[in-house]
Design a protein around this ligand. Structure first.
Ligand SMILES: *Cc1c(COP(=O)(O)O)cnc(C)c1O
Length: 485
């Protein structure tokens, strides 16, 4: 049997900064004081904080060691379903760090930031073209905020027609943020069941669609990794009763340059620039969730908007029906630069090819592992495939055990226990940037783990053994988080 990849090595333990260093140690030589010293008045500033005293090398080693405890796309495969953890080319970082961009203050007059405004203007148009929609706003900071904002557009649109509706349809294969977003906008989420193929049927939608439903929020491709093939017919049913179709486009990585959402009945959708358009994410860093709309929703988009007149760009707030602002200034500009750089460096043909490869890779993993794990929906998938732990349960092995054992073997675990329609789900999204060798290593490792489940189940129950932090008591970890060390 092939030796599995390990994760052991020179990984250092590291105390808190406060537990290191020594009195008077300093990493910086202050210039000689040329005024009288005066004590800090604690009455004015409060107690003086207890700053650690450290040398430069103490600080550099501290943060370098902490960074070595981390695992990211630059370390290895990160098949986290519904998250599109693709490799992000470094050229995007290079352009995002150009001094003209990093030094630009958002309050500079437009005449001094024509380049930045042009980039936003062009990016809006690129995204409209890629999705087949009419207009785009770059303001929302994440997918979930895009959902909320898109739902607010639907609310504003209906209100402009003198209507107030109270319900929103949410399929059972939706992303978890979808029902939360419509609830925040004061709609009541109504669940819709998917069929035996893992997609929505027009009949199921027709059954719950009525004149009190504002719209449907369809994650497409959905969280089972399937394209909602009936979306056009579903759109007709929803539109027929005066509702609108919102597409959660966070999984656009499967269909870039292939599906024009605007042509299949979608009124509004969001994209996740930090997933599909290549910005590193997962550590809570800035994201961007642009919202693309058809013409009828355009008047309600947030302000200010970038407008262009005879080659000159400016910001305009002259949109009386706008829902207002949803983010400080214009959104997360750094993420926009990376998306622009990614789109420009790929070009239309390669964007389409990226989607094709993402789909190919997911299907390769699905076909290679479908006899190893249980595959609840055995049909061609898009960007991700969903297995379950059904076959492993006879050995008292669960999805969590497999995920933890993968850590020992040098792979970031897939998304687990989601989507909820598959009990014990193992959701694998390999993305287009993994080579066949890496996919084969992952597949081989999964086969070894499935074999261990049968022969040496304790190896899985006790995993991870090679990682810095071993199996956690997840309940206590959630109920009594230890935030100090
Ligand atoms: C990631 C994701 C979201 C949420 O995006 P955030 O940027 O994390 O808020 C919404 N829907 C789907 C389908 C997603 O995959």
């Amino acid at each position: 049997m092939k030796e599995i990849l390990g994760t052991t090595g020179l990984v250092m333990n590291e105390p808190l900064l406060w537990e290191k260093g020594g009195n008077g140690r300093c990493g910086f030589s202050m210039p000689r004081r040329d005024v009288e010293s005066s004590p800090i008045d604690e009455g004015l500033v409060g107690p003086v904080p207890d700053f650690p005293e450290l040398s430069e090398v103490d600080v550099v080693r501290h943060y370098t060691r902490l960074s070595q405890w981390n695992y990211g796309v630059d370390t290895g495969m990160y098949p986290l379903g519904s998250c599109t953890m693709k490799y992000n080319p470094k050229v995007n970082e290079k352009y995002a760090s150009l001094p003209g961009f990093t030094g630009a203050h958002p309050l500079l007059p437009p005449s001094m930031v024509q380049g930045a405004l042009k980039l936003m203007y062009d990016l809006e148009r690129f995204l409209s073209e890629i999705t087949g929609m009419d207009t785009t706003t770059l303001q929302p900071a994440a997918g979930a905020q895009g959902e909320l904002m898109g739902t607010m557009l639907i609310y504003a649109f209906l209100r402009s027609k003198g209507e107030h509706r109270s319900k929103f349809l949410i399929p059972d294969t939706a992303h978890g943020t979808n029902p939360a977003s419509v609830s925040l906008c004061d709609f009541h989420p109504i669940p819709v069941k998917s069929n035996e193929d893992g997609i929505l049927s027009p009949e199921a939608v027709a059954e719950v669609m009525d004149e009190d439903v504002a719209g449907i929020l369809v994650t497409n491709p959905n969280t089972l990794g399937f394209f909602e093939e009936n979306i056009r017919e579903i759109g007709e049913i929803v539109h027929g009763k005066g509702g609108l179709v919102y597409c959660d486009g966070a999984n656009m990585n499967a269909v870039m340059g292939i599906v024009e959402m605007g042509k299949i009945g979608v009124d509004v959708m969001h994209l996740n620039l930090h997933k599909t358009f290549s910005t590193p994410h997962g550590g809570g860093g800035p994201g961007s969730g642009p919202v693309c709309v058809k013409k009828h929703l355009e008047p309600f988009l947030p302000v200010p908007r970038v407008v262009q007149e005879e080659g000159t760009y400016r910001l305009s707030s002259e949109y009386p029906d706008s829902i207002g602002k949803v983010h400080g200034f214009y959104g997360n500009f750094g993420v926009m630069i990376k998306a622009y750089s990614y789109i420009m460096s790929m070009g239309p043909e390669n964007l389409k090819k990226a989607s094709q490869l993402a789909v190919l890779n997911a299907n390769y993993v699905k076909e290679s592992l479908k006899t190893v794990f249980n595959l609840p929906y055995d049909r061609p998938c898009m960007h991700e495939c969903v297995f379950s732990d059904k076959k492993l349960n006879v050995h008292k092995i669960t999805t969590l055990d497999v995920a933890k054992r993968l850590i020992d073997c040098g792979f970031h675990p897939p998304t687990i226990y989601f989507p909820l329609v598959v009990p014990g789900a193992i959701m694998v999204e390999p993305t287009e940037t993994e080579s066949k060798e890496t996919l084969d290593e992952f597949i081989e490792t999964c086969k070894i783990i499935a074999n261990e489940a049968e022969e040496t189940p304790d190896l899985l129950h006790d995993a991870p053994k090679n990682a810095k932090v071993q199996r956690l008591d997840e309940v206590t970890a959630a109920r009594q988080p230890c935030l100090a060390d």
